[in-house]
Design a protein around this ligand. Structure first.
Ligand SMILES: Nc1ncnc2c1ncn2[C@@H]1O[C@H](COP(=O)(O)OP(=O)(O)OP(=O)(O)O)[C@@H](O)[C@H]1O
Ligand SMILES: [Mg+2]
Length: 385
């Protein structure tokens, strides 16, 4: 006996009920042609020698910002040999972002990268402590050798062009040596001082730059990209205090400085409110970014969204009666324009309609049923989209 979804000629429900983020799929997800054209423009202007400007993805709730960031993270950046990291909710301070990044990277992994990067640059024969593999070192490290070893690693890092700054090289060396005793990593390990507030205003980004350079040089990665989703969370703090607004600008400025220095490729997503707020706070800073507006979908784009999702979920070889089966071929025209122009609303309606039809063992989904689902999710008097 066919399962309820099989009756609808689907292997699974291709629409996520919550209408958030990206669907789980190995395949490269579909992207509207207009979005691709805008991205093309952005990538082209990178070629004209002005360095990489941060990309600010601006759109309404549910318009597809996270979807686009995931697409860049999982498909476009790997194609461009860019090692990317996706962050959600990074916290207000640069410090929080740096901390999250380091934790994700892992202290042991990072120490190993530093070790391997430094090793070929040990120039003097007497630097005998600094030989063998990183694992040997972790097993045999003696505290009494520490000062000498630190010096060696420091010199090697400067030779490897990770940094020209002795203080930064010394911090990196200490991180390597502390790893056997302290397996996790905090950004405060990496900057002078202990309290958050002591993180030196300008130094923080320099350290972070050295850290990213280590990653690039040691892992053989051409570029490192940060994709920071929901960046508006930072700018739209309820009753934003003067201090929080200052932190926000400092964070943004440091990130942009790292971009300017060529250490980082930066992509931010913001709602329109968040972008407005940022412009108000610092128009000059905003003008350094490339703005990508995620507009509401045109009708043919909405159609393609549904068509492509359904195609992913059909059994191989199956030829559907039409592209939108098990829905009615004209069902999208009957949805309210406000529903069909927002990806989240489309996804939620389709998801609920398929679940309902499956639970009722239907073989197709009538227009009346879809419109009832739409009204149920988004009552005319105003439901949440
Ligand atoms: N181009 C697209 N093609 C297919 N599905 C899409 C597309 N854009 C968005 N979606 C889907 O629409 C829903 C909403 O998208 P997403 O979560 O990216 O919105 P958002 O702009 O990040 O919203 P929020 O502001 O609430 O974070 C998700 O289920 C997503 O998979
Ligand atoms: Mg999102």
């Amino acid at each position: 006996m066919p399962s309820p979804l099989e009756r609808l000629q689907l292997k699974f429900n291709p629409f996520e009920p919550s209408g958030s983020g990206a669907p789980a799929s190995e395949k490269e997800p579909w992207l509207p042609e207009r979005w691709k054209q805008k991205l093309k423009k952005y990538f082209e202007q990178l070629g004209v020698g002005e360095g990489i400007r941060p990309l600010a993805v601006v759109g309404e709730y549910g318009s597809g910002k996270s979807y686009l960031l995931h697409w860049l993270d999982q498909h476009e950046f790997p194609r461009r040999r860019v090692q990317s990291y996706y962050f959600n909710d990074p916290g207000v301070q640069f410090y929080d972002l740096a901390n999250q990044f380091l934790r994700r990277l892992g202290r042991k992994h990072f120490s190993k990268l530093v070790w391997e990067l430094a090793q070929p640059h040990v120039m003097h024969r007497q630097l005998t402590l600094f030989t063998g593999t990183y694992e040997d070192f972790l097993g045999s490290f003696r505290q009494k050798d520490r000062p000498k070893l630190e010096q060696q690693i420091q010199a090697a890092l400067i030779a490897a062009k990770v940094t020209t700054d002795e203080e930064i090289a010394s911090r990196l060396a200490q991180i390597v040596m502390d790893t056997p005793n302290k397996p996790y990593f905090e950004y405060r390990d990496f900057v002078p001082g202990t309290a958050r507030s002591v993180v030196a205003e300008h130094q923080g980004a320099n350290y972070f730059g050295a850290l990213l350079r280590t990653l690039r040089l040691a892992a053989g990665v051409e570029k490192v990209a940060f994709l920071i989703d929901e960046f508006e969370e930072i700018s739209l703090h309820r009753n934003i205090t003067a201090a929080a607004s200052q932190d926000y600008r400092v964070t943004l400025k440091r990130l942009i400085d790292l971009t300017d220095a060529g250490e980082l490729w930066l992509v931010l997503s913001l709602t329109h409110d968040g972008a407005e707020k940022t412009k108000q706070l610092d128009q000059a800073l905003w003008s350094r970014m490339f703005e990508f507006t995620v507009d509401p979908l045109e009708d043919d784009e909405a159609y393609d969204l549904v068509k492509n999702r359904l195609a992913d979920a059909r059994p191989d070889e199956l030829k559907p009666k039409h592209d939108l089966f098990p829905f009615d071929p004209g069902f999208m025209a009957d949805l309210r324009p406000v529903t069909r122009s927002i990806p989240r609303s489309i996804v939620k309606v389709c998801s609920a309609a398929i679940s309902q039809a499956a639970s009722r063992n239907k073989k197709s989904i009538s227009n009346v049923d879809v419109l009832a689902v739409e009204e149920n999710l988004f009552p005319v008097s105003g439901g949440e989209r």
